[in-house]
Design a binder for this molecule. Structure first.
Ligand SMILES: Nc1nc2c(ncn2[C@@H]2O[C@H](COP(=O)(O)OP(=O)(O)OP(=O)(O)O)[C@@H](O)[C@H]2O)c(=O)[nH]1
Ligand SMILES: [Mg+2]
Length: 203
């Protein structure tokens, strides 16, 4: 299925989130991860177009940017939510302390949120903040998939080693390696996204 990606809006508070009914109550996919990990780039790679802004200055985005994916008959099928990165402010201890206030409620309460795509950098050792986020998503019962970004920067051996370290350090069984630059792993991630999309539509 081919989709066209439309920028919907940039929300700075819960009141500004698009009402699910106004976008056909489509399944929503959120992109989460540390600042500069490659969220916007991944969203663009999935969309096959430059829908989201790739930042030159990390930690700039403080809003949730919503995108609507429509099919060839202009019917809404999916929504993407590009979340602000965490881990930019160096001193805060908890994830939420440095996040805009509306992010945690978004992750906890958004009815149409069907899958959290959690990004970690394949070039960086496991990070405590990522682990905290994953544990928290488990605690609030959110479906998630862990994606290791920027694999184009690693040799085959390094990639195998780093992915094993990430699985262990983050306490997850599966990590999907991707590169927004080469397109590696993008099809596999699409398969995961379509799975949740169709599951939702059947119920
Ligand atoms: N080599 C390589 N570089 C990448 C890849 N994905 C992203 N980058 C680079 O990493 C930087 C950050 O990318 P973004 O997509 O803006 O990251 P982000 O997570 O959206 O950043 P914030 O919105 O600031 O939190 C940019 O310079 C990108 O070009 C990748 O797959 N490979
Ligand atoms: Mg971004």
């Amino acid at each position: 299925m081919r989709y066209t990606t439309q920028f919907l809006l940039s929300a700075m508070s819960a009141e500004q989130f698009p009402a699910p009914d106004s976008i056909g109550a489509v399944p929503e996919i959120a992109f989460l991860g540390r600042s500069n990990v490659g969220k916007s780039s991944l969203l663009n790679a999935l969309a096959g177009e430059k829908a989201a802004k790739v930042s030159s200055t990390p930690g700039r985005t403080r809003a949730i940017n919503f995108f609507l994916l429509v099919d060839d008959r202009q019917r809404p099928r999916l929504a993407f939510a590009d979340l602000p990165g965490y881990g930019y402010a160096k001193i805060s201890k908890s994830i939420s302390a440095e996040w805009p206030k509306f992010i945690e409620p978004y992750l906890q309460d958004r009815e149409t949120l069907s899958l959290c795509v959690c990004l970690v950098d394949s070039n960086v050792p496991p990070q405590e903040r990522d682990r905290q986020l994953i544990d928290w998503l488990r605690a609030v019962n959110r479906d998630f998939v862990i994606v290791a970004t920027k694999t184009d920067r690693l040799s085959g051996n390094e990639r195998t080693r780093n992915l094993a370290a990430l699985r262990k350090g983050l306490g997850v069984a599966e990590i999907l390696p991707v590169s927004s630059k080469t397109g590696a792993g993008i099809r596999e991630l699409w398969t995961r996204i379509e799975e949740v999309g169709t599951k939702k539509q059947q119920t």
